[in-house]
Write a protein that binds this ligand. Structure first.
Ligand code: NDP
Ligand code: MG
Length: 384
């Protein structure tokens, strides 16, 4: 049976992994929409390879280039924020939401509005929108499947269990490339060092988030919205080998864990095939070769981001959206060489401290909070 799929953020790291799996099942998928921001040539190449119905660039200025690469192909080309949402709303059995940042929020909401299945990688969208997104999911009866490896692990560990019986959900964190670095070394850390993750090959933004541990902070908030156990039952443990992707401990003392290679094709495959399973060509887990699994408590002195995220989660309302927006601005500035690594969390903290917008009640209000927090974070950087 052929199933239809759209991939938002098709040209990124998650997009690559998803399309690799689709490629491995010829004849089983029909590709509806593929999107990028401005990687027009790559997007056109993928759209032709997978015979997509439509290819969309979020940045309208890149549309002429996309059109040029698609000319004669019969594939529709579109550009701009509105077009992205329209493409996301086109009926597809499953939509993979893999745009990076809050830029993916509106299209992800459009995909949720179909009432079908959304495989969510774009954690920033859920962190920013929180209940606004989960409410839409409930309203439309949409199936929201987590792609993020930790949340996918938790989702799997919860199969057959009851949320009321959960004592702890433990998110594992690799600790990133700077896990063992001193404060002085963190001050001097460069973008090239920050994006060189020891276990995972990912886009630049999430790689920096892993280095600051903000990725785990965002994931803490993501877990809060996906699994209704309450904030007090969520915790984080550093596990440098990234073999255990997360764990669920039940009240009888049983802990279930999901293990796998550090390859995003494993959790993506579990969402594509859910509730069945599919083959992947991922290297099998060789525990004898790995030898040791180790665990450490997070160090929130050197890596304050998880503490900031936990506080934002407890504060609720607009705080997670502010945290996320300030982080996006600070990470972009760090990658552009404008601020030091340790300033990322400092700017997020100062932005959160500087004001408290009211809790957003709908998508437009979330986007307004996001926009204002970006302006304020940029001001913080000027005064830094
Ligand atoms: P990448 O940077 O590799 O890819 C991002 C994708 O989003 C690209 O297709 C990019 O297009 C598109 N994009 C970027 N900005 C915009 C915009 N303003 N409007 C529309 N499209 C845009 O990111 P990743 O694939 O690494 O991550 C994607 C999401 O998945 C993130 O939220 C991340 O946190 C999450 N995730 C990623 C994991 C990983 O292993 N990579 C693991 C778990 C979660 P273009 O190519 O044109 O720039
Ligand atoms: Mg993750």
């Amino acid at each position: 049976m052929t199933r239809s799929i759209s991939i938002l953020g098709a040209t990124g790291s998650i997009g690559d992994s998803t399309l690799d799996l689709i490629r491995s099942q010829p004849g089983q998928w029909r590709v509806v929409a593929l999107s990028a921001n401005c990687s027009a040539e790559k997007l056109a190449r993928l759209a032709v390879e997978f015979s997509a119905d439509v290819a969309v660039v979020g940045n309208e200025q890149c549309l002429p280039e996309l059109r040029q690469h698609l000319s004669g192909s019969g594939i529709a080309a579109a550009g701009g924020a509105q077009a992205l949402c329209e493409a996301a709303a086109r009926p597809a059995d499953i939509t993979v939401a893999a745009i990076v940042g809050c830029a993916g929020l509106a299209p992800t909401m459009a995909a949720i509005g179909q009432g079908r299945t959304v495989a969510l990688a774009n954690k920033e969208a859920l962190v920013s929108a929180g209940e606004v997104m989960t409410r839409l999911v409930a309203q439309h009866g949409t199936t929201l499947l987590p792609v993020d490896s930790e949340h996918n692990a938790i989702f799997q560990c919860l199969q057959g269990g009851n949320v009321e019986d959960v004592r702890w959900i433990t998110l594992t964190a690799s600790g990133g490339p700077f896990r063992t670095k001193s404060q002085a070394e963190l001050e001097a850390a460069t973008p090239a060092q920050a994006v060189a993750h020891p276990n995972w090959d990912m886009g630049a933004k999430i790689s920096v988030d892993s280095a600051t541990m903000m990725n785990k902070g965002l994931e803490f908030i993501e877990a809060f919205h996906l699994f209704p156990v309450g904030l007090d039952r969520l915790r984080i443990i550093v596990h440098p080998q990234s073999v255990i992707h997360s764990m669920v401990e039940y009240r009888d003392g049983s802990t279930l864990a999901q293990l796998g290679p550090s390859d995003m094709r494993v959790p993506i495959a579990s969402t594509l095939a859910w509730p069945q399973r599919m083959d992947t060509c991922c290297k099998p887990l060789d525990l004898a070769a790995i030898g040791e699994l180790t665990f450490f408590a997070p160090d929130e002195e050197r890596f304050p981001a998880t503490k900031l995220a936990r506080e934002a989660a407890h504060a609720g309302g607009a705080a997670p959206a502010v945290l996320n927006a300030a982080n996006e601005v600070a990470v972009a500035a760090f990658l552009a060489g404008q601020i030091r690594f340790t300033q990322i969390s400092a700017i997020v903290a100062r932005t959160l401290d500087s004001y408290a917008p009211v809790a957003p009640g709908d998508l437009d209000a979330v986007l307004a909070v996001d926009a204002e927090a970006r302006v304020r974070a940029a001001e913080m950087m000027e005064n830094a």
